[in-house]
Design a protein around this ligand. Structure first.
Ligand code: BG6
Length: 510
């Protein structure tokens, strides 16, 4: 069954154009080239940015504006396609690009940045409202924040377009509860919470935003979204890729910090939260914090019973041999960094009491797939026992790829005898809307510019997430739980299967 769009009422960007200068720290880096600059350009090309928008790249290079423009042209060609810089919009966009080359420790550089942005604004070339995007390693966060402050670049201002300047912070949000609190305190020395945008690109994905719409824009699901009908929930964030060139960073993080602390917890919060009293930043973020605070804390001694960690060994993915994690360039030969995590969490609220949330994530798994599956209970009376009764209903929200939603249910298989089969209703985003989905960064960068924090994490959410993870991190550090191994190209170690089989359940075969 396919779905057609029957109404698109209210579907229009309808957002104000806000003049501002977007300052990217780490402008020559991978994220900037791959995501930030292409997303800003696409927004520009769709006329969603104010004509006085400017982008100032900051990096430790001796480039002038033209050299920076060349770098951006190369990045757009690589990540959008050669048509990007052949389009008429490129000309206008490239004139909005400026460069400030300095070492992030050099205080003089920040002063020059301030003068430059002021003089451009005085010429009315660009908006004087500043957005700082920190696409830099966490070790230099403190230096940059202190230098921005010393150069008076952080002076608070409220304009018709909200509170400025704004700061966008990329992961990681600390590496444990204490460092996360320290980072928040540092940010709050120069900015108010309303000026801080902690980005988690998962929240910008259309299919993740659709979780909110699916749950709270429809009537029929809410009444079954609870412990009475739901047997358990499975959240999977599986990746086929290994650590690639990020080994040095990944070695310090592992899958728990890289994916569970942010993307996975956000998915869990979105699925489990109570309906907010309004779809806005304040109410949605409040409900998310509440639900994460309701996750039952584990005791360190019981971590091994609830959470499994593992690391990939050499194996085969799509027929190609791939090395083990410890053989990857930049990884210590005796590394104990986990590349796979599976776990069971309980959310102690009236709605979810007793319903396990099984979560798993890993690198070098058989395929790239992210989904949230709501597994419903068996019917109260198994009237069709002995008639090939299929699995109980499953509602799957596919975050990527093939973004969409499917619901499986039992149907009578054609024939003279009463045999049952499982069938699926399937909604595929691209099929229903006949258009490409925007990149998550496009959505999120535009939200920063217009001042909408709904899809950004509040400081309290990160603290609540770290509270959940601290016993696990502590237990692992004290080696209270084994580090399992799994061959690349498999769904993780046997222990991950056991986590569910001991509860009489099993992971979905994806
Ligand atoms: C990042 C992680 O946040 O998300 C990476 O640091 C991971 O390790 C990436 O590969 C996955 O993002 P996506 O959008 O491809 O699912």
């Amino acid at each position: 069954m396919s779905f057609v769009v029957t109404s698109r009422e209210g579907v229009s960007p309808g957002r104000p154009l806000v003049p501002c200068t977007f300052v990217i720290f780490g402008a020559a880096g991978d994220l900037s080239r791959r995501k930030l600059l292409p997303s800003l350009y696409r927004l520009w090309a769709q006329k969603l940015l104010h004509p006085q928008t400017a982008v100032v790249g900051v990096a430790r290079r001796e480039w002038n504006d033209d050299q920076f423009r060349e770098m951006v042209a190369e990045a757009l060609t690589e990540f959008i396609g050669p048509e990007a810089v052949q389009a008429p919009e490129w000309e206008g966009f490239s004139r909005r690009l400026f460069f400030a080359g300095f070492d992030l420790r050099d205080t003089e550089g920040y002063r020059r940045l301030r003068e430059r942005s002021r003089s451009l604004a005085d010429l009315e070339l660009v908006g004087k409202q500043l957005v700082f995007y920190l696409s830099i390693p966490p070790e230099v966060f403190t230096t940059v924040l202190e230098n921005l402050r010393a150069a008076e670049l952080t002076a608070y201002e409220r304009t018709d377009f909200g509170e400025w300047p704004r700061i966008v912070v990329e992961k990681p949000f600390g590496r444990d509860l204490d460092s996360s609190r320290a980072l928040n305190a540092l940010l709050l020395r120069s900015f108010r919470e309303s000026q801080i945008y902690r980005i988690d690109h998962y929240l910008g994905k259309e299919s993740v935003q659709n979780l909110l719409v699916f749950r709270f824009g429809n009537t029929i699901y809410e009444s079954i979204w609870n412990r009475r009908y739901v047997d358990h929930v499975q959240i999977t964030v599986a990746e086929e890729i290994g650590v690639g060139t990020r080994a040095a960073t990944y070695e310090q993080m592992g899958a728990l910090r890289d994916i569970v602390q942010n993307h996975l917890i956000q998915l869990l919060a979105t699925v489990a939260m109570e309906p907010p009293s309004a779809i806005d930043a304040k109410h949605v973020r409040q409900e998310k914090v509440k639900i994460i605070e309701s996750v039952r804390p584990l005791r360190e001694e019981e971590v091994a019973e609830y959470f499994v960690r593992a690391q990939y060994t050499a194996g085969t993915i799509q027929g190609e041999p791939v090395p083990g994690y410890r053989e990857e360039p930049g990884v210590a030969p005796n590394s104990v960094t986990e590349t796979f995590v599976a776990g069971k969490l309980y959310v102690d609220t009236w709605r979810w009491s007793g319903v396990p949330f099984y979560v798993r994530t890993g690198k070098r798994l058989p395929k790239r797939i992210t989904e949230v599956a709501i597994q419903f209970k068996e019917p109260p009376m198994l009237l069709f026992r002995g008639h090939n009764l299929p699995q109980p209903n499953v509602l799957v929200m596919r975050i990527q790829p093939n973004e969409g939603i499917s619901l499986s249910f039992a149907a009578k298989a054609p024939g003279v005898s009463m045999e049952l089969a499982s069938v699926e209703m399937n909604f595929l985003y691209e099929e229903a809307f006949h258009q490409d989905l925007p990149d998550a960064y496009e959505t999120l960068l535009l939200d920063v510019i217009v001042g909408d924090q709904m899809l950004f994490a509040h400081a309290e959410l990160h603290e609540a997430a770290w509270q959940v993870l601290m016993p696990i991190l502590n237990a692992w550090e004290e080696t209270l739980a084994p580090l399992y191994r799994y061959p690349a190209g498999t769904w993780g170690p046997e222990a991950a299967e056991k986590l569910l089989s001991q509860d009489g359940r099993r992971w979905r075969r994806l």
